[in-house]
Write a protein that binds this ligand. Structure first.
Ligand SMILES: Nc1ncnc2c1ncn2[C@@H]1O[C@H](COP(=O)(O)OP(=O)(O)O)[C@@H](O)[C@H]1O
Ligand SMILES: [Mg+2]
Length: 235
């Protein structure tokens, strides 16, 4: 049995109050394991981004629990949660969120600099990760000079530069053409996934489903499992 990386219990997030209350995430319970690439699919507005924000310590749930390797993350004081996120969780945002005025290597070094590592050492470490994603020779260019696929690889390098064991990616191929998207996911599967890392990917791009170890489906804030014939059921 693989070790549990993420476990949620009765997780709820709603927006608005009283009559205007709308649920983005309803009673979600799931586990993600080390060594797997877990996909969460579902239509736009079904709560996927909200769920990722809850499990990565960005957005506080209204109810329920998120445990990462047994640590109840929303029970941590703010400082400890910020520290936990920096060390343990890498997040790749849908539209990359690269800083245009920094060079590519500086973008990758940001998490290390935030952890108060020495500047030169942070840049040297960031360079190693740019090499892993095949962009060492682009290090000193601003991100705007890179293609969409290259910018996505920079965002991945930045998410893993502090060696987090949880990597979360929100629609990683949304701004990429089909072949580039497949190449990125194939790259992540070969080079980033290992038995000490858990990768959770939200997507509605069917072209990349071949890289999933397991797929869950989100509908109207609820998470469902999918049978091998493609039907979804209450979990
Ligand atoms: N900050 C917010 N304030 C109010 N409603 C929100 C907010 N964030 C998300 N929602 C609502 O929650 C639902 C789920 O959104 P989201 O998690 O972004 O879905 P997805 O990523 O699957 O497209 C949507 O109805 C959305 O309008
Ligand atoms: Mg979304």
């Amino acid at each position: 049995m693989p070790a549990t990386a993420i476990k949620t219990t009765a997780l709820c997030k709603w927006f608005g109050d009283g009559e205007a209350r709308t649920y983005a995430v309803r009673e979600v319970a799931f586990e993600a394991y080390f060594g797997e690439m877990l996909y969460i699919v579902g239509p736009s507005g079904s709560g996927k981004t909200t769920l990722l924000s809850l499990i990565s310590g960005i957005l506080r749930p209204n109810q329920g629990k998120v445990e990462i390797e047994g640590v109840d993350i929303w029970d941590l004081p703010n400082d400890a949660l910020a520290e936990f996120r920096l060390k343990r969780i890498g997040f790749v945002f849908q539209d990359f969120h690269l800083f245009p005025r920094l060079t590519t290597v500086e973008n990758v070094a940001i998490p290390l600099i935030l952890r108060k590592c020495n500047w030169d050492e942070s840049i040297a470490e960031a360079m190693k990760y740019l090499e892993i994603v095949g962009l060492k020779e682009r290090a000193h260019l601003p991100p705007v000079k890179l293609s969409g696929g290259e910018q996505q690889r920079v965002a991945i390098a930045r998410a893993i530069v502090s060696s987090p064991d949880i990597l979360i990616m929100d629609e990683p191929t949304a701004s990429l053409d089909g072949d580039t998207g497949k190449n990125i996911l194939s790259f992540v599967q070969k080079n980033i996934l290992n038995d000490k890392r858990c990768i959770v990917i939200v997507t509605h791009d069917a072209r990349i489903s071949e890289f999933a170890n397991r797929i869950l489906r989100m509908e109207d804030g609820k998470l469902k499992r999918i049978d091998s014939n493609g039907d979804s059921h209450e979990k």
